[in-house]
Design a protein around this ligand. Sequence first.
Ligand code: KG4
Ligand code: ZN
Length: 340
Amino acid sequence: MNKDVVILAIETSCDETSAAVVKNGREVLSNIISSQIDIHTKFGGVVPEVASRKHIEVIDGVVKEALEEANMTFDNIDAIGVTYGPGLVGALLVGLQYGKGLSYALNKPLIGVNHIEGHISANFIEHKELEPPFICLVVSGGHTFIVYVKDHGDYEIIGQTRDDAAGEAYDKIARALGLGYPGGPKIDKLAKEGNEDAIKFPRANFHDDSLDFSFSGVKSSVLNYLNKMEMKGEEVIKADVAASFQKAVVGVLTDNVIKTCKLKKVDKIAIAGGVAANSALRESLIKEGEKIGVKVLFPPLVLCTDNAAMIGSAAYFQYIKGNTSSLDLNAKPNLKLGER
Ligand code: KG4
Ligand code: ZN
């Protein structure tokens, strides 16, 4: 394809309202993110109704700002990419309806994007030469997947969580430690001051050959430890708890990803999603990857957490395959990777 393809992308699946203009799937011309974190912090987590209302308030301004920063008007856009799942249904509907409205009014194609596929695609923006096949570890507040990316849009899920997502476990433990929301970055920081071998928290091991995850065991174990210490009137060293918890989580994520690389004989791991910002996870994957000649790729922090640029990248690879969506596209809160 000779002509540049410019996508206007919209993301509202959780608590960030974001719009971006992305050229040819890899070049970000703008990526505006309006975060609601301050509002949800009061409640210790995302309140769905509040999230939807806030998206409605700001989406128009966020889209206009994205166009302005990219020095573009609607005339310059080839297609509209929008997240339609998975996520909070009310939140998804705001972005989707807005995207559908634009598609209809401007008579430009609509491309429904899977949010997880968006997270994976953040790596195509940062690593201009990256092409499948590779292994992607998607770790966020809602998802934990090891994905074998065979081709653009062609995925095999190798492992996934059987209960809590990795980020969800971070957030719950942070709350129990009184660190506030979102907990991942707070535990990451505090763990640097702690002893990771201070407390032995369990790692889930399945008896089959599964590369799935379970984080509810480690979570309960940390909560039991905190209760026990309180009952005994003993002081809790929060940094040690954070470091020991993080060691258990990062250990199992790393082990399963490295096993997958050996299984699929690939030499590249990309990580994606909010927890990809975690410094211990990055260090551990790099160290273990080096041992088996596997290169580890990360998106920059702003592309790890929710943003529309990653949606614009995923939309581009659908667009060049001719995959567009009709205007009766509905929000799918439980949309699976690879499903359309
Ligand atoms: O991808 P994301 O922005 O939203 C979802 O799609 O879920 O991920 C947010 C999650 C939260 O659970 C947050 O605590 C976690 O990513 N997170 C981290 C770090 N930064 C964000 N977890 C561990 N370490 C971090 N540095
Ligand atoms: Zn996300």
